[in-house]
Ligand binder design. Structure first.
Ligand SMILES: [Zn+2]
Length: 321
């Protein structure tokens, strides 16, 4: 806000951290244009450096008091390593730190003094106090990742979608979408942003999406995908209503199907490497089959249930978690 007259009513002021102020839109730093830079709007001469007053106000905004707060008395400015001093009106000659008003040399170069021509430093204690203040509820929005993302000032965390947990080798190529956009996919079966199950081949694969943030930090996320052989006869021809439930399961599940003709059927469950973990021969039988199978002792993963008949093989994926 422009304030006319000389001397001006104020140069600048700031609010200490306070959720009440923040919630009532009365938070912030206010700076008079007549003490900002040079030109027709400013009453400062070219050799007057008041720029440090801006730093002083930011100091207040993140909880620093003046070095002369409480004069020579405890607790002063609530910072241990700033020497006490009595007055804000003291203009130190030549930045010599020669004010002895509390019987010790003051720190006239401190940003939180009023000696604006000499300001050039904060103490470590002041830095610690400001750092702590940045975690206060009224200041944490300045840098918290969630708020930076909510206000469009930061990119969201790395993630990607479009990849199922399991595929058959016969499945077509799928397109993956990474967030934030512009990152790189890598892993077996990946070309650009596409995953090709047949290109990846049978087995478990890790697909990774990496993104480098503008600041230079690279983050990535990896998902695993299982590809298995799922060839077989068309369901409904001889065998219908093949069901596995629950699926996925913990190793204990029901198998149910119906045979419309008298056939020799071999029920076989194999792991991802083709190793048989369950086998049952259903010779010359027909009708409904329903049975509980336990594969509790086998590790989690994708298994292949096969119903082998003279007419072909019917296959279903069984996922043990
Ligand atoms: Zn001040």
């Amino acid at each position: 806000k422009y304030t006319s007259g000389s001397p001006s009513l104020f140069t600048a002021y700031a609010y200490y951290p306070s959720t009440t102020n923040t919630n009532n839109n009365t938070d912030g730093i206010f700076y008079s244009s007549i003490r900002w830079g040079y030109g027709t709007h400013s009453e400062l001469a070219l050799d007057q450096d008041w720029a440090s007053v801006g730093t002083h106000e930011v100091g207040h905004w993140i909880n620093l008091r003046h070095t002369f707060e409480n004069g020579c008395s405890f607790p002063g400015d609530y910072v241990d390593d700033t020497p006490p001093t009595t007055g804000g009106t003291i203009e130190l000659a030549g930045c010599l730190n020669n004010d002895q008003s509390c019987s010790v040399s003051t720190n006239g170069e401190n940003y939180m003094d009023y000696n604006h021509d000499c300001k050039k430093m904060f103490t470590q204690g002041q830095v610690d106090r400001m750092t702590a203040a940045l975690s206060l509820p009224s200041r944490i929005m300045l840098w918290s990742q969630s708020n930076l993302q909510a206000t469009g000032c930061a990119l969201p965390p790395v993630s990607f979608v479009g990849l199922n947990a399991t595929y058959c080798t016969t499945d077509t190529v799928v397109t993956l979408t990474g967030t934030p956009a512009g990152g790189t996919f890598s892993g077996t079966g990946i070309t650009g942003n596409q995953f090709d199950p047949s290109g990846a081949g049978i087995g478990s694969h890790t697909i990774t999406y990496s993104f480098t943030y503008p600041g230079g930090n690279t983050d990535s996320i990896s998902l695993s995908v299982d590809v298995s052989v799922c060839t077989g006869i068309k369901e409904g021809h001889i065998i219908s209503g093949l069901q596995v439930f629950p699926n996925p399961n913990s190793g204990l599940f029901m198998i149910e199907f119906n045979r419309t003709e008298i056939v020799n059927t071999e029920l076989k469950i194999t792991d991802i490497l083709g190793q048989v973990v369950y086998r049952e021969n259903l010779t010359h039988s027909s009708g409904k089959y329903k049975k509980q199978i336990s594969l509790n002792k086998y590790r989690a993963g994708v298994y292949c249930l096969q119903l082998v008949t003279e007419q072909g093989v019917l296959t279903k994926k069984v996922i043990i978690e």
